[in-house]
Ligand binder design. Structure first.
Ligand SMILES: Nc1ncnc2c1ncn2[C@@H]1O[C@H](COP(=O)(O)OP(=O)(O)OP(=O)(O)O)[C@@H](O)[C@H]1O
Length: 788
């Protein structure tokens, strides 16, 4: 209640000051110095009110009407607050009002200037300045007082305490949340998380500081260039004036020489400026991509479960390019035109402040149109980039799985899906084109309106002997230059909005903090390889309600081989994913040598605990590159060959023409399934891990490959802890211990013999049903071998 009272008092005080100052200023509408004159006020208020002989050229009554308009806005704001409703943001509306008001205020000043004596009235200046300030004040009161969340919360609480039932209060709150939850009721997180376009532009521009030297150099040349260009209309006018006024040849020659000199300077510095900014673009693009990639690659695995690869690639390529090129090009164009615009304005004000004011009347209007258009364009650009990203995702997915696409003859379907997304992009682009058309119309209209206004008002000034013809001529040349500068700045604005749209997601990814911090520092000299899961429960971040592991506990001693067994979807791979620290468990502990795995140094941990995945991924590169992946710095060729021999792949490699320099192809496409597996095993072994994790391939390898891999695994499990997700009976039988998992629970533990004692146990039935199948194929293979 107190805050409501306080706000009511603030509003009343604001209204009182506003109306008071406006009326007070009317008391200074006289030329007798700085003292209040009640007669002047009475004359302005009563004699020149619209009811009597009002004149736009002399009356200050308009300012009083504008003050009444402000009272209405204040009353509307208060009404929202009293009804416990958050007033709408309406920033655009208030900006429009303020800018229109500025245009009006400037026009009024020109009107007063028709009788130069009126410019000596303190009251005129008083009303003019106050009128602009008061509208700015309204915006501040609306945004920061009426829209303050604590205020709305306390008003809601007041209603609750005043005895209205909860349903009544609920209906007062915009989105119908309960009063106890008022913070969420008044918040619109999505809107508020979204940085304002202005803040985003600042963030985008601040990126330029990374290669500030090149921008500074560019700016230096740009300043000289603009300076030289600013003087050109002045000397052009002098050349024409000396011809028109039939002055001496020497004067014409002097003006032409100066113009030539200025043109030379502007040509040289213009080139240097362009070169510097162009190189700065390349540097910024590299930095942006580098930063974005560094941030993306350090995100937790769950991020990649949620984010599509095509989208990420799109952000890295198309968005970064759009950002880098538009930012630095626009900085260049904006600065050049900004400096020239200021220079032109300076000349224009010196020539005639009245005519300059005509230009200023239109500037706020152009500013407002640009702001409204910019906000719309920003949103559309963001949607365009999202649509491009979606199309990229489809293309990326189809191309990377071309064999599947071909084998199901889905080329046309993929084309259709891709085209659908292209159509969506086109649809947004159509809207952008329409918006741009409207914007160009308005800009052109304002441009021409200013020109006509200047010709009309300038002519009037010349005819009333308030201005010389030569000056009008000079002014027009500067006005044309100013028009061009304004047009270019408008163009920059469009480009910048495009950039802002593209950069929203890029910055979101760039500044995203990984939810798992790989910042452990524990670096033991020796890792023994004791693994323990203690009461570990887990669900994937993408499916937070589905418990995948429920209080899982088991231990693996150093040097032991443990097989994880269970039906499909039981949670075996999830156990491995947690052990690899891809995800973090909801509760429980996972330890290596009695130390939580998250405390280990990231590099050291993955060197001592190595994984061979079910479908090993090979990179596009040589066999050497793939085996030494990540340990090029410390592993030599001897170690690589030793690992390859252990993995039973050395002989095959040596049979190829290029040996270890044989290319594997994208995703190892030039290798067979068994060869890929063995290269992946070699890649794990070269690290000399204390713990080896193997996810056995489910897809059937031919008997020979199977045998070779089994042999390799037998060799490499000596002296190290091995955890294997087993799909074959041969593997399970050899394991020291078997952990049977079902629906996220550990059901049984023991060796093959012990577990087979329990015919009611899951392991027994698994062996009977599934593992038996592979056993029979193993036996068949053995028979085949012995026959051979
Ligand atoms: N990245 C993921 N996001 C969400 N859920 C997942 C993810 N990966 C697996 N799951 C779900 O978790 C559960 C356990 O899956 P998991 O891959 O651990 O089983 P599994 O025992 O290894 O099965 P399989 O032997 O078939 O590989 C399944 O229900 C699966 O749908």
């Amino acid at each position: 209640m107190r805050s409501l009272l306080l706000v009511a008092v603030v509003s009343v005080v604001f209204i009182a000051i506003d109306v008071g100052v406006t009326l007070l200023s009317l008391g200074f509408y006289h030329a007798e110095g700085f003292h209040f004159n009640a007669t002047a006020l009475r004359e302005q208020f009563f004699l020149q009110s619209p009811l009597r002989d009002y004149s736009f050229l002399t009356s200050g009554f308009d300012f009083f009407v504008l003050a009444l308009f402000r009272v209405c806005i204040i009353a509307a704001g208060l009404a929202f607050v009293v009804r416990a409703r958050l007033p709408p943001a309406w920033v655009l509306f208030f900006t429009g009002i303020e800018l229109t008001n500025m245009s009006y205020t400037f026009t009024k000043l020109l009107a007063f200037s028709e009788d130069a004596n009126q410019l000596y009235y303190y009251g005129v200046w008083f009303s003019e300045v106050w009128n602009i300030l008061a509208f700015a004040g309204i915006l501040i009161v609306w945004q920061f007082v009426y829209r303050s969340k604590p205020l709305i919360e306390s008003v809601e609480l007041f209603y609750v305490h005043a005895g209205r039932n909860a349903d009544d209060v609920e209906s007062l709150i915009p989105n119908g949340d309960s009063p106890g939850n008022t913070v969420t009721a008044v918040e619109k997180p999505e809107e508020e998380d979204r940085l304002s376009t202005f803040k985003h532009v600042v963030r985008l521009l601040s990126y330029c500081h990374h290669h500030g030297r090149w921008f500074l150099a560019g700016f230096f040349f740009l300043s000289i260039y603009s300076f030289a260009r600013v003087f050109q209309p002045h000397y052009t006018a002098q050349v024409i004036a000396s011809i028109v006024n039939l002055k001496e040849m020497s004067e014409l020659f002097k003006a032409v020489m100066i113009m030539g000199g200025l043109a030379l300077v502007s040509t040289i510095t213009g080139g240097l400026r362009g070169g510097c900014f162009d190189y700065a673009t390349a540097l910024i693009s590299r930095k942006m991509r580098g930063d974005l990639f560094a941030s993306i690659i350090s995100q937790e695995v769950a991020f990649f479960d949620e984010t599509k690869t095509g989208e990420i690639v799109s952000r890295l390529t198309s968005d970064c390019q759009t950002m880098a090129s538009t930012v630095s090009t626009n900085v260049n164009v904006f600065l050049r035109n900004g400096v020239m615009l200021l220079g032109s304005l300076l000349f224009m004000v010196t020539i005639s402040w009245r005519l300059t004011m005509v230009t200023f009347i239109a500037v706020p209007l152009v500013g407002f149109i640009s702001k409204a258009y910019g906000a719309y364009y920003d949103k559309l650009s963001e949607r365009t980039q999202a649509a491009i990203a979606a199309a990229n995702h489809i293309a990326e997915q189809a191309i990377s799985s071309i064999r599947t696409v071909r084998s199901f003859a889905c080329e046309t379907n993929e084309c259709e899906r891709f085209n659908e997304n292209l159509d969506k992009t086109l649809h947004i682009n159509k809207k952008k084109s329409v918006a741009y058309m409207g914007y160009t119309w308005m800009n052109e209209f304002c441009d021409n309106a200013i020109l006509v206004g200047i010709l009309f008002y300038g002519g009037h000034l010349v005819l009333t002997k308030k201005m010389a013809v030569n000056d009008l001529f000079s002014f027009l040349l500067y006005q044309l230059q100013l028009g061009e500068n304004l047009y270019n700045i408008g163009y920059v604005f469009t480009g910048l909005m495009e950039s802002v749209g593209a950069s929203r997601k890029v910055f979101e990814y760039m500044h995203r903090k990984p939810r798992i911090a790989y910042d452990g520092v524990h670096k033991p000299d020796l890792v023994q390889g004791r693994i323990a899961f203690e009461d570990v429960s887990f669900c994937y971040p993408t499916r937070p309600t589905a418990t995948v592991l429920d209080r899982v506990s088991f231990e693996v001693n150093p040097g032991e081989t443990v097989a994880l067994v269970g039906p499909s979807g039981a949670g075996k791979s999830s156990v491995i994913a947690l052990l690899e620290h891809f995800y973090e468990s909801k509760n429980g502990r996972i330890t290596l040598d009695d130390m939580e795995i998250e405390n280990f140094d990231h590099k050291l941990f993955h060197q001592r605990v190595a994984l061979v995945a079910q479908e090993p991924v090979l990179y596009d590169g040589t066999v050497r590159y793939n085996i030494l992946y990540g340990c090029e710095e410390w592993a030599d060729d001897d170690e690589m060959i030793r690992a390859a021999k252990l993995a039973n792949i050395h002989d095959f490699i040596m049979e190829t023409d290029k040996g270890y320099d044989t290319e594997c192809g994208e995703k190892g496409v030039q290798m067979s399934g068994g060869q890929k597996q063995r290269i992946a095993i070699a890649r794990a072994l070269v690290r000399k891990p204390a713990v080896l994790i193997l996810d056995e391939a489910t897809s059937a390898l031919d008997a020979e490959s199977e045998h070779i891999i089994q042999e390799a695994l037998a060799k490499c499990s000596v002296g190290r802890t091995v955890i294997v997700i087993a799909h074959r009976l041969s593997t399970v039988e050899k394991a020291d211990r078997i952990v049977v998992i079902n629906k996220g629970h550990v059901l049984q533990q023991g060796n093959h013999k012990a577990l087979m004692q329990d015919p009611n146990g899951l392991y027994y039935s698994l062996v009977q049903r599934q593992l038996l199948q592979s056993q029979s194929s193993d036996k068949l293979a053995d028979q085949g071998e012995s026959h051979a």
